[in-house]
Design a protein around this ligand. Structure first.
Ligand code: INI
Length: 157
């Protein structure tokens, strides 16, 4: 018979945490839905609203720098990066997505601070709308929940 395994898992509990949310102004009609979902998620899981700091950046390309800076301050238990890159007719779509993704991951790994990845990378505006609070859920909520879970797992290691 199989022995009981030791499982370490994170609770979705935001009580007492300090969180920085970094959100782009580019595509703000989409990104504001991600921000709204993320804030609602954090509040429903017990955060004290004044313990959330919202930082606005121009676009996805700027997300890594701000995530890095905020993580290095060590004032926050977690950081949430929110934005939307929409291919449309943007020829540099792939470059922006690659740099933003790589840079956000690097900010997390270099600092050890969990960073929730809530950057939509979509071919069309319709796809972005679907992921910003309609058919395909809300990526801001998912990223906030993932960040919370990661913070709580790390605490136990
Ligand atoms: N920034 C985005 O966040 N989303 C986009 O869809 C986008 N497009 O399509 O160009 C975008 N570009 C701006 C970029 O992130 C920088 O802010 C800009 O190049 C200035 O550094």
């Amino acid at each position: 018979m199989m022995q009981t395994v030791t499982t370490i898992a994170g609770r979705l509990d935001a009580t007492g945490l300090k969180i920085a949310v970094v959100a782009t102004r580019f595509n703000d009609f989409i990104v504001d839905r991600l921000v709204g979902g993320a804030l609602d998620c954090l509040e429903r899981h017990g955060i004290n609203a004044p313990d959330i700091t919202l930082v606005r950046v121009p676009g996805a390309f700027e997300l890594p720098l701000l995530c890095q800076k905020l993580a290095a301050q060590k004032r926050y238990d977690g950081i949430l990066a929110l934005g939307a890159v929409i291919r449309g007719g943007t020829p540099h779509f792939d470059y922006i997505c690659a740099e933003a993704t790589k840079g956000i991951a690097q900010a997390m790994l270099a600092s050890g601070t969990p960073v929730g990845f809530g950057l939509l990378t979509c071919d069309t505006i319709e796809q972005a709308i679907e992921r910003a609070g309609s058919k395909a859920g809300n990526k801001g909520v998912e990223a906030a929940a993932a960040m919370l879970e990661t913070i709580r797992v790390l605490e136990q290691l």
